[in-house]
Design a binder for this molecule. Structure first.
Ligand SMILES: Nc1ncnc2c1ncn2[C@@H]1O[C@H](COP(=O)(O)OP(=O)(O)OP(=O)(O)O)[C@@H](O)[C@H]1O
Ligand SMILES: [Mg+2]
Length: 627
């Protein structure tokens, strides 16, 4: 007898539902998308126990007509498409008609809905895949769907759910981009009766970014607004030479749908590559309009991924769009090395006034409909002082109250840019001692970033940032092992806005460990925190950025504690280290190299990047064909 059998209906339905509903996040996603498709501009999400016990989404959209309710909860029933051609003009988030029946298959649902403004509504209770009660009620136009006891009849799936906090974090991470692209809608999230966030509807993405991430974050961004028919792009990206240490602030939206797509990620990161230090990542909140016929949105069960028909053209479009936002700078020439300036000024000609030819298959122009008066030129004030300015090093950096914890370079910021050139030339040859036996000679500084020295007949090229990071790290480790990291309490409050997902990453354990490492944080309610103390070496200017990175580090097991501690110290060491593109006095170079060779590993920084390249005389002579 053959072994192949058709699955029983109830088994098949659960398996199919399991593809759409993987965890509480999936339910929130489907219900919120439906609310948006129904034209709502107020969407309230309430969950209990990470969504495992209860998920409720209220909207003020069009509501269900009474006769549509039963059909809507049946497989493959949708009001959004009827023919395959409809994909060519799809402007809704849903289209498969699978979400509601899938959710119903694995939970108990209470629906209240009204499709009219007369207050006439319907209440429905559904369980075991079907309606068990229906009655008329009075309610406002819109829909409220409450999903209870997720996977009550699907124990295998239930077993794989994570802690309430992890489930909540996933929901917050999904809602965050949703609230950005739908800035014109009010959103609220409540967990176990506590408000996680509440954003009133706004008139622009800029205002929503301010609500979600706060002023500091917004100030580090510049606007992108670009058209290359038939494609449109607007949003925000990092200002040149800023960026963040975490990669998570990269949001892409295609036709209002938050998406993950590798062409977009590559276009953003590659465009920024030469403008950012290695450990920095660009921020990007990029909203694209691409003709629906060029996008396949139906390649992932949860519709999280998409595919472009012509990803090469999209890559070029995004890259040109971001570059055009740099190209409009008046003083761009001052902020870039000569080579880069040449190409960027070409770009300015191409895109600056619109209608030029890019040299490629498209013609590009900056869109004239600017979405919010964000002054792009502002961020360059103070950055125009010579080639060193490209590093984002601001005048006065390092002049704060901090010292460098015995590394001897606290004066770096005070002298940069002010050193008379003649003095500098005269003092180019300095001799120092590594140890009693070893001596070295400073030859000079290359591109204001690399210290060139001679040691035991070898030629050394030392990355000044990585070198000082290593020196600082070893110093901090020593302090930590002895009496704890030296910290200071700032005179004035250092307030910082976190995102809801960042706030939810802070728990008692992390706070306790951070305190040992010199950071004391106090919650101010909402998403604000007050940084009561921080490692002395850091300086107030770098503190917020360091705290943000530290919040993203994981502390889960005992083993992780060691790496969390090292992670925090490495972050502090990096943030307080001198940057590249920063002119040094030979004295300072001498101090850095001397201290570097006293560290536990002069060849690699704590982030495992190399510090020194060495050439022997033999190697040099071989290259010059003298041997
Ligand atoms: N909040 C809501 N307000 C009004 N109508 C809704 C709402 N939620 C769902 N509907 C109606 O129910 C139908 C079925 O919803 P469901 O989410 O199952 O499918 P879909 O959104 O059409 O497609 P997908 O499975 O891709 O989400 C929708 O097409 C819509 O007409
Ligand atoms: Mg749907």
């Amino acid at each position: 007898m053959g072994k192949v059998r058709t699955l029983r209906d109830d088994v098949f339905k659960k398996i199919a539902a399991g593809e759409v509903v993987e965890r509480p996040l999936s339910v929130v996603k489907e219900l919120v998308e439906n609310a948006i498709d129904a034209g709502a501009d107020t969407i309230d999400v309430e969950i209990e126990e990470g969504g495992k016990r209860m998920i409720k989404v209220d909207d003020n959209g069009s509501g269900f007509a009474p006769e549509d309710i039963e059909t809507a909860f049946k497989n493959h029933s949708t009001s959004k498409i009827s023919e395959l051609e409809d994909f060519n003009s799809l402007n809704t988030l849903g289209f498969r008609g699978e979400a509601l029946p899938s959710i119903l298959e694995v939970s108990k649902i209470e629906l209240q809905t009204s499709d009219n403004s007369k207050g006439q509504g319907i209440y429905c209770l559904m369980e075991g895949g079907k309606e068990v009660e229906r009655r008329g009620i009075s309610c406002a136009m819109g829909t409220s769907i409450q999903v209870k006891e997720l996977f009550y009849n699907f124990p295998v799936r239930k077993k794989f759910l994570k802690t309430d906090r992890t489930e909540l974090n996933q929901i917050v991470s999904f809602l965050e981009p949703m609230t950005l692209v739908h800035f014109d809608k009010s959103f609220q999230l409540i967990h176990n009766n506590k408000t996680v966030f509440s954003y009133k509807k706004t008139g622009s993405l800029k205002e929503r970014l301010y609500q979600v991430f706060g002023k500091d974050f917004l100030d580090s961004l510049q606007e992108v607004d670009f058209v290359m028919e038939p494609y449109r792009l607007n949003g925000f990206v990092s200002r040149l030479n800023t960026g963040v240490s975490v990669k998570k602030h990269q949001y892409f939206f295609v036709n209002h749908r938050p998406v993950r797509e590798k062409t977009l990620v590559a276009a953003l990161n590659n465009t920024f590559q030469k403008f950012l230090e290695k450990s920095r990542n660009p921020v990007g909140v990029l909203m694209m309009e691409i003709p629906p016929r060029e996008v396949d949105v139906n390649i992932h069960p949860m519709k999280l991924e998409i595919k472009f028909e012509n990803s090469g053209a999209i890559y070029k479009f995004i890259k040109n769009g971001i570059e055009s936002s740099f190209g409009v700078m008046d003083d761009f020439s001052a902020a870039l090395p000569a080579d880069d300036f040449r190409s960027s000024s070409d770009r300015t000609n191409t895109y600056g006034t619109g209608g030029g030819n890019t040299g490629g298959p498209f013609s590009g122009s900056r869109s004239t409909q600017s979405s919010g008066g964000f002054t792009i030129g502002r961020q360059f004030s103070g950055l125009g002082g010579g080639s060193g300015s490209a590093s984002g090093v601001e005048p006065g950096e390092g002049t704060g109250a901090h010292t460098s914890g015995g590394t001897g370079i606290a004066s770096v910021g005070q002298t940069q840019g002010r050193l008379p050139l003649d003095d500098y030339r005269q003092s180019q040859l300095f001799t120092g001692k590594f140890t009693e036996e070893e001596t070295f000679t400073i030859i000079g500084q290359y591109k204001n970033s690399y210290i060139v020295a001679e040691k035991d007949g070898d030629l050394l090229v030392v990355d000044q940032h990585n070198a000082q990071e290593r020196v600082n790290f070893d110093q901090l480790k020593k302090e930590y092992a002895a009496n704890g990291v030296a910290s200071i309490n700032p005179l004035f409050p250092v307030i910082m806005e976190l995102t809801p997902s960042e706030k939810s990453k802070i728990d008692e354990k992390k706070l306790e460990l951070m305190e040992k490492l010199g950071f004391r944080l106090e919650s101010l309610g909402g998403n604000s925190i007050d940084i009561k103390s921080f490692p002395q070496i850091l300086g107030e200017k770098n503190v917020r950025e360091a705290v943000r990175t530290v919040i993203h580090l994981n502390v889960t097991s005992k083993e992780d504690e060691v790496s969390f501690e090292d992670g925090v110290l490495a972050e502090v060491a990096c943030k307080s280290a001198i940057k590249v593109n920063h002119k040094l006095h030979p004295d300072q170079m001498k101090t850095i190299v001397t201290n570097l060779f006293k560290t536990s590993n002069p060849y690699f920084c704590p982030h495992k990047r190399p510090i020194i390249i060495e050439f022997t005389l033999e190697e040099i002579e071989k290259m010059l064909k003298r041997r």
